[in-house]
Ligand binder design. Structure first.
Ligand code: G1P
Length: 320
């Protein structure tokens, strides 16, 4: 997933919330931020930074918290390492180590108290100022062959207000997401939001459209977030602020809210099983590792079909 040349765009700032505790990945995330978990050969957050840079967003603000120092180190120069690799003449690795520092100007602010996604976004107000900005959630990786952010920027240029990314989801999973009630527009892949509900209870979802982790927000959202009370889970929800913008429509500053219906490749790394699937998929397609990995995986699956290890052992098999 390498970045393509960035398009010129009217939006230049992006906010990447990364203050979460990563509890779903414990104990792996006891002493390491979940954003640093490797996805094949890069930490998960690097894909998100590459996506933002690829869409022309050159000024990134990462919202961090306690124990997130490794994120800052990753996007900074590592002089000792670079010198050692230079001495060895290891150009390839030197390039890969330097790549992450050259992607964008990356700034950091700490959230202090983990009071929800809406609160994390509010921490970006001073840095963002009075400009539209993108929000990218690190659990969702979007394949660079399906440039979602670029489309969202076009939609904001056409309709104004704020834009979210939506994906049709099966009813059994909608309770994990913000869910949007929508009406069509003249463009097939764009809808207007009439309502939004954060993590609807079973039977309460207004549609099958889930908000996935990409937003393009009007700065008016900050004022709404300031007065948004805690919602689902006792946290200040971005969804609740966006609902207010959607209800106000074009008449409210920051509205209307449109949704881009995304049908491209999204990889969810926020859940252990999905994280493993993401790694297998991306390793399968990887330029260097792919050919060997495909061969091994095919042989492994064939052998498992013949004589399943897990079933024979009565539990998950781990090679010694
Ligand atoms: C957050 C948002 C939710 C959105 C989801 C997308 O939830 O609150 O509205 O649908 O991201 O991944 P989280 O996954 O952080 O619980």
């Amino acid at each position: 997933m390498s970045p393509s040349p960035p398009p010129a765009t009217t939006v230049t700032k992006a906010v990447i919330p990364a203050a979460g505790l990563g509890t779903r990945f414990l104990p792996a995330t006891k002493a390491m931020p979940k954003e640093m978990l490797p996805v094949v050969d890069r930490p998960a957050i690097q894909y998100v930074v590459e996506e933002a840079a690829g869409a022309g967003l050159s000024d990134l603000l990462v919202i961090t918290g306690r124990n997130k120092r490794p994120l800052e180190d990753h996007f900074d120069h590592a002089w000792e390492l670079e010198e050692a690799l230079t001495r060895k003449g290891d150009e390839g690795r030197l390039r890969s180590v330097r790549e992450s520092t050259a992607l964008a100007a990356i700034h950091y602010v700490r959230q202090g108290t983990p009071a929800g996604l809406g609160h994390a976004v509010l921490c970006a107000q001073q840095h963002v100022g009075d400009e539209p900005f993108a929000v990218l959630l690190g659990d969702d990786l979007i394949d660079p062959r399906d440039p979602l952010l670029t489309r969202m920027i076009e939609v904001r240029e056409r309709f104004g207000g704020s834009v979210v990314a939506l994906m049709e989801t099966d009813p059994a999973s909608i309770h994990l997401y913000g869910c949007a009630a929508v009406e069509p527009t003249a463009q097939d892949d764009v809808v207007r939001l009439t309502d939004l509900v954060e993590k609807p209870a079973p039977g309460q979802a207004p549609s099958a459209y889930a908000v996935i982790g990409r937003y393009l927000l009007d700065p008016a959202v900050f004022e709404v977030l300031r007065r948004t009370p805690p919602g689902h889970g006792g946290e200040i929800q971005l969804t609740d602020a966006l609902r207010e913008l959607a209800h106000g429509g074009a008449a409210s500053p920051g509205g209307p809210v449109h949704g881009v219906l995304f049908t491209g490749r999204r990889y969810d790394t926020g859940d252990r099983a999905e994280y493993l699937r993401t790694i297998v998929r991306l390793a399968y397609e990887h330029d260097d590792l792919g050919p060997g990995f495909r061969e091994w995986l095919t042989a492994f699956v064939d052998a498992e079909r013949e004589a399943p290890t897990a079933a024979a052992d009565g539990g998950p098999g781990v090679a010694a």
